[in-house]
Design a protein around this ligand. Structure first.
Ligand code: ADP
Ligand code: MG
Length: 570
């Protein structure tokens, strides 16, 4: 019975939902359970999109890549303790990759957790999350929810983007407060990622260094893709005439077929360039830390680095011209000078690159064109290359060892933010989470090219893909194992070798079990037909692409990172 005179009330559930919506956060990726089941239901009832997964890590990966694609923090919702820990892997990965994301997790009662009295799913989640993300907050009072969400949004988006943890104890959700008070407590974040304009001195210094270059090179990283400064970046490259190299998730910022794209001459340009402009790319392991054999003679390079994070400068080698600011503002500032007066790079440099590119592309073309049966990586990827060329607005998700390394080089991208992959850590397991969020956030068809091993980490989420009827086509490159399906353990042991799977597995039948389309493809033609049909119909599809089990190399391109035992070697 309602008392007509009593003021209207609200509670933690509704305030959290209202705070998210007020900040334009309308999608939640999560797994329901105690204590957040009703939060998800209520959010759905209040018009939010609530996508429920089979495992929190994939919901977290979905939120992370939603953040990359939209420049708004992706929201992941998990249950306490184990669910939280599963989501935390994705939160740490998002932070490492500079993707904005907020992990909201239910937690158990503070009083019991802090006295370690053994609650249901007891864990001091805030303390555990803290070192693995950009910021971590706990809310104890319903009237603080508005501020907490605002702080989380700002922390995720401002400066270098990253992951934020928001701890929501069960009791908070059911706390009741006056509806007026509740409404007034909400905060809409104004200008969450303010422009950061580089200093004029820093800009002139960079221009001076660049003008002194004989063999300049621009490297575009996924920070450049994230920044959505696509027009300015294209103008800088085209007006300066400088060759450029995209890192994997920056592919398509300009089409990979652009005449200035130096991807097919990567080793040459890294070795021989004298001035390198890094735009949203770190000199981490993916670029051999900016030194060593692949970078040519020691001391032969000068670096200009554009990054929003001042501490990134000199992280591995000296940066001659640090340009700290947001990529849009920094690139515009350089462009201001370049469009006024600029001399194109020496033609000898451009011609050397051109020659190398043509040689390498011709060699590659013969490998791709083969109609080999059983398929190898090249013939299968040759088929998929055409699929993407014909559908440049589709999104490509890619993980695996050989499947990743070879697809990155073979499949050209034509538009920004269309290639999503294993990122800074080079991890396996992002596949289905990324594919689901890509479909949800963009509405475009998604092609997920997966090694059979990589697929295993998130494969159960094909049920999620079928449940929401998402336009995702998964292609499993099935060579019966990790790296290869033919390995034996040279050091002995009585079980099957640690790197092989069940032979001739039919991953397509998993998809059929959930009502999706499953196809077994043994030739490039079959593969091509099945994928084209899936991409055009938008029906959830899994193609089991049968690859020669002997194809592939240990650890793909990064075998050198494997330590070897020198003791008792047979
Ligand atoms: P890749 O792996 O493609 O080389 P990284 O993840 O190593 O890319 O580098 C991305 C860089 O971009 C990070 O150092 C990050 O601080 C930076 N960054 C991200 N967003 C912006 C932005 N809007 N403006 C400037 N720098 C950014
Ligand atoms: Mg394999």
């Amino acid at each position: 019975t309602e008392d007509a005179a009593a003021p209207a009330q609200t509670d933690g559930f509704h305030l959290l939902i209202d705070a998210l919506k007020l900040n334009g956060l309308n999608t939640i990726y999560g797994v329901p359970g105690i204590p957040i089941t009703d939060l998800g239901r209520l959010a759905q009832a209040e018009g939010m999109r609530v996508i429920s997964f089979r495992h929190e890590q994939h919901a977290g990966n979905a939120a992370a890549i939603a953040g990359f694609l939209t420049k708004k923090p992706g929201i992941c919702l998990t249950v306490s303790a184990p669910g939280f820990l599963n989501g935390l892997t994705a939160l740490a990965n998002a932070t490492t990759n500079c993707f904005p994301m907020i992990l909201i997790s239910g937690s158990s009662e503070r009083e019991i957790v802090d006295l370690q009295q053994g609650d249901y799913e007891e864990m001091d989640q805030l303390a555990i999350a803290k070192p693995l993300c950009k910021a971590a907050f706990r809310v104890l009072h319903a009237e603080d929810i508005g501020i907490a969400v605002a702080r989380a949004v700002r922390a995720a988006l401002s400066g270098r983007p990253g992951g934020v943890y928001l701890d929501v104890p069960a009791k908070l959700l059911s706390q009741v407060i006056d509806a007026d008070l509740g409404e007034r407590s909400l905060v809409k974040v104004i200008d969450a990622a303010p422009a950061q304009i580089p200093g004029p001195d820093a800009v002139s210094r960079a221009i001076d260094v660049l003008k002194g270059a004989e063999r300049p090179l621009i490297i575009l990283g996924k920070g450049a893709a994230y920044a959505q400064a696509d027009e300015a970046i294209r103008a800088l490259i085209e007006e300066s005439g400088i060759p450029y190299l995209p890192m994997s998730m920056a592919k398509g910022l300009l089409p990979d077929t652009h005449p200035q794209c130096a991807s097919a001459a990567r080793s040459l340009v890294l070795k021989d360039a004298d001035v390198v402009v890094l735009i949203g790319a770190r000199l981490n392991w993916l670029l051999s830390h900016g030194k060593g054999k692949s970078w040519g003679a020691p001391g032969s390079k000068r670096f200009i680095q554009i990054d929003i994070e001042p501490k990134e400068m000199d992280s591995n080698v000296e940066i001659a011209a640090p340009l700290v600011g947001d990529i849009g503002s920094c690139v515009e500032a350089l462009l201001g000078h370049v469009s006024k007066d600029w001399k194109a790079p020496p033609s000898a440099w451009i011609e050397t690159i051109e020659g190398k590119k043509n040689d390498n592309l011709a060699k590659m073309a013969t490998k791709l064109g083969k109609n080999s049966i059983p398929m190898d990586f090249h013939s299968a990827l040759g088929a998929l290359k055409t699929i993407v060329k014909d559908r440049p607005d589709a999104i490509l998700v890619n993980e695996g060892a050989n499947t990743l390394d070879l697809a990155r080089g073979i499949i050209d991208m034509y538009q920004p933010r269309k290639r999503l992959d294993v990122g800074t850590w080079g991890i396996m397991g992002i596949g289905m989470g990324f594919a689901i969020a890509a479909a949800i956030e963009t509405g475009k068809p998604v092609l997920a090219v997966e090694g059979d091993s990589a697929f295993g980490f998130s494969g159960m989420e094909i049920e999620t893909i079928c449940r929401y009827q998402l336009p995702v086509c998964v292609v499993v490159f099935n060579n019966n194992g990790i790296y290869r399906g033919t390995d034996v353990n040279p050091t002995g042991g009585k079980d099957v070798a640690t790197t092989v799977f069940v032979e001739n597995a039919r991953y397509d039948q998993m998809m059929a079990a959930f009502g999706g389309v499953g196809v077994n493809a043994t030739t490039p033609d079959e593969l091509s037909r099945a994928v084209a049909e899936a991409m055009d119909s938008g029906r959830p599809t899994l193609v089991n692409a049968v690859i020669d089990p002997a194809a592939g190399t240990e650890s793909g391109n990064i075998g050198k990172l494997n330590p070897q035992s020198a003791v008792g070697k047979k």
